[in-house]
Design a binder for this molecule. Structure first.
Ligand code: C2E
Ligand code: CA
Ligand code: CA
Length: 637
């Protein structure tokens, strides 16, 4: 028969183009990409051997028989291989849950194809050349078609069941392959001279190429570094195969200023140079850029981790030059061993996130190994955020009141409102733990309002004036103070509950003054105009305190408990406390000292002429009703 080979020639051209396209880009080795490459190889091999066999079969008389066998066996192996690789391609795309049965089908059909084809020069089961050297099909030849067909049917079933997991291109291309292969088989039965099978497959590969994850999904186009998606794929792959690995993740303190001061292009330039260094030092395939200036190096061998950390520390010891500026970046490194504690990729990313953040915040250690503890901490953090959200929704926050003693009158003339939060699993969650989180994610705005409304309700429901209480102290977070409309909001709430503004004293911290001084000033002025007062909280724990004392309209200053406690321990700290009190007096500030736990402290502070005392000696923070009872009970010192 005179075969028409033009279809195969077009297929061959198309396939070489696809090969070139595939290898010109840097691919991340996902299982789908690998299955695609395997299909490309099988279909190309099948096309080439098909073309060669068109030439060699009619010349079987003159050519060595072994060569003809080899070419035809190779063709049939590649042809069946295309079906197998197509099937595994569908499996990698759809990732069905239970693959044992599906894999068994692939192995069985491959075994049958091998069994029929490999011994065929002797057994003549698959193909053979008869005594006249004519090419003939053996009695098991139809089995090869059955195997291919079976695989196509299985692939179709898997595809159909999981089609929702696929994108549009994938749905279309797989449907196309199934329809076109069947169409091509029928067409070839009717017109056996037209070898259209390989062309159909090549067209399918072209369609699939469009639907393959583009490299930008895994690779940063600027510097060719694997990205976070690639990182998660890799970690997932290791975990799936239970292979141990060590991960060195690091971030650079100081990098954020480069973007801010020199601009984003300068930041990118620096990142590119760091990527080049990492690629040359640790190999392209091991380096991942997670986000911003956070990188990870994944190693199969834990012995290397020390080398990696020392290479990194050494590299960043010298300043990096960027736009003629020398910038010193400090690396903070987190090491994760798998399978030490992490069970999921989420565990790993949480542990890295938590460890690096803590390392930067504390500035203590440059290299920290992530542990079960860090994972727990980060899980606790996530839990607390959920609890806070729930508490906001269900109004679960409570406000306690800690009485404040006025030395001059001997009355508990004020109290500090302190927020309380409980959870049935975590128990009591201290505000020192959840308030900073709420400040970070902005929830403090809502929480602050909840506290303030509760305080107002409390004042509205009890005649606190009659109980000898002049005002309640309410803590304002620096995040609240940054809100331009804070004063208006608070004023509106006070009006809503009919509260005289002079019954409220707001406590602010230095941080509030350091972020948006103008906004803070405007807010303070407005509330002071209405009659409220302000105090500086946590005095003595920050830096440039004196500046704020002069510039901000503060009536009261609250000396932090840590200052009092160290003054009771050390002579030098005592001198500092005494001079601090003297200075504040000279500036005409009223002084509160918190953390008063002993009579000795009372004596010392009274002798120094402090105005107010707050501490466990008098009372712990109390729920509303207990606070009222406390106020009604005469105090005997
Ligand atoms: P803070 O403003 O410095 O509040 C004083 C803290 O010291 C309170 O802790 C109080 O219970 C504790 N304290 C008072 N006297 C003594 C004492 O004699 N001994 C000891 N050991 N502790 C004493 P608390 O209630 O755990 O609050 C911690 C921090 O949480 C507060 O520190 C404040 O910064 C923040 N916070 C509490 N409630 C609120 C709120 O409603 N809004 C905001 N923004 N922050 C709040
Ligand atoms: Ca306070
Ligand atoms: Ca304090």
């Amino acid at each position: 028969m005179n075969y028409i080979c033009y279809y195969d020639i077009i297929a061959a051209v198309l396939l070489s183009m696809l090969f070139a396209l595939y290898f010109m880009r840097r691919n991340y080795p996902t299982s789908t990409n690998k299955a695609y490459l395997a299909m490309l190889i099988c279909i190309s091999l099948s096309t080439i051997t098909d073309l060669i066999s068109i030439y060699t079969i009619p010349r079987a008389d003159t050519l060595p028989l072994g060569l003809n066998y080899a070419i035809n066996i190779l063709y049939l192996l590649a042809y069946n291989g295309s079906a197998i690789t197509f099937y595994s391609y569908v499996l990698t795309l759809t990732k069905p849950k239970n693959t044992t049965g599906l894999t068994a089908i692939a192995y069985t059909t491959s075994a049958i194809v091998m069994m029929v084809l490999l011994p065929t020069p002797i057994t003549h089961w698959g193909i053979y050349f008869d005594t006249q050297n004519n090419y003939q099909h053996g009695f098991l030849f139809p089995l090869l078609y059955v195997c291919s067909l079976l695989l196509l049917v299985c692939a179709f079933v898997v595809y159909f069941r999981n089609r929702k997991k696929l994108n549009r291109y994938q749905v279309v291309s797989i449907l196309f392959f199934n329809v076109v292969t069947i169409g091509a088989v029928i067409f070839q039965l009717l017109c056996p001279r037209h070898l259209v099978g390989n062309l159909a497959s090549a067209l399918f590969l072209l369609l699939v190429y469009v639907s393959l994850q583009g490299p930008e999904h895994y690779i940063d186009s600027n510097n060719q570094c694997y990205n976070q998606n690639a990182f998660f794929e890799t970690v997932n792959r290791y975990m799936k195969h239970k292979t141990s690995f060590t991960l060195v993740a690091f971030t650079l303190d100081g990098f954020q200023y480069i973007n801010q001061v020199l601009g984003v292009p300068a930041g990118n330039e620096l990142i590119d140079s760091i990527v080049t260094f990492l690629h040359t030092s640790f190999g392209k395939k091991n380096v991942y850029r997670l986000t911003g200036c956070r990188f990870a190096i994944v190693l199969e061998d834990s012995v290397e981790e020390d080398t990696v950390t020392s290479v990194l520390m050494e590299y960043f010891k010298t300043p990096r030059t960027i736009q003629q500026l020398d910038v010193l970046l400090t690396p903070y490194i987190c090491i994760v061993h798998y399978p030490d504690f992490a069970e999921t990729t989420e565990d790993i990313s949480n542990a890295i996130e938590y460890t690096l953040k803590t390392a930067i915040a504390t500035h203590t250690q440059n290299v920290i190994t992530a542990s079960q503890a860090s994972l727990h901490e980060s899980q606790r953090k996530t839990q607390i955020i959920h609890i806070m959200k729930r508490a906001i929704r269900n109004q679960e926050f409570q406000v306690y009141y800690q009485p404040i003693y006025h030395i001059e009158t001997g009355d508990f003339s004020s109290a500090e409102a302190l927020i309380r939060l409980w959870d049935e699993h975590l128990g009591y969650i201290p505000p020192d733990e959840f308030i900073p989180m709420a400040e970070q994610n902005g929830m403090i705005i809502e929480i602050g309002e909840i506290v303030f409304r509760q305080v107002c309700t409390f004042i509205q429901n009890h005649d606190i004036k009659a109980l000898g209480v002049d005002y309640i102290e309410v803590n304002l977070s620096f995040v609240q103070c940054m809100q331009e409309n804070l004063a208006q909001q608070l004023a509106d709430i006070m009006q809503e509950y009919n509260i005289a503004p002079n019954q409220i004293n707001f406590e602010i911290t230095e941080t509030a003054g350091s972020v948006k001084a103008d906004t803070l000033h405007r807010n303070m002025d407005k509330l002071i105009e209405l009659g409220s007062t302000f105090s500086m909280d946590d005095y003595g724990t920050g830096f440039s305190t004196a500046n704020y004392l002069v510039n901000l309209p503060l009536q009261l200053v609250k000396i932090d408990k840590s200052i009092l406690w160290s003054a009771m321990e050390e002579q030098e700290a005592f001198i500092i406390l005494r001079h601090t009190v003297e200075m504040l007096k000279a500036l005409h500030k009223k002084i509160i000292v918190e953390g008063v736990e002993t009579q000795e402290m009372v004596d010392v502070l009274t002798e120094m002429h402090c105005d107010y005392l707050q501490g466990y000696l008098y009372s712990k923070p109390l729920p509303e009703e207990d606070y009222i009872t406390f106020l009604n009970t005469p105090f005997h010192s």
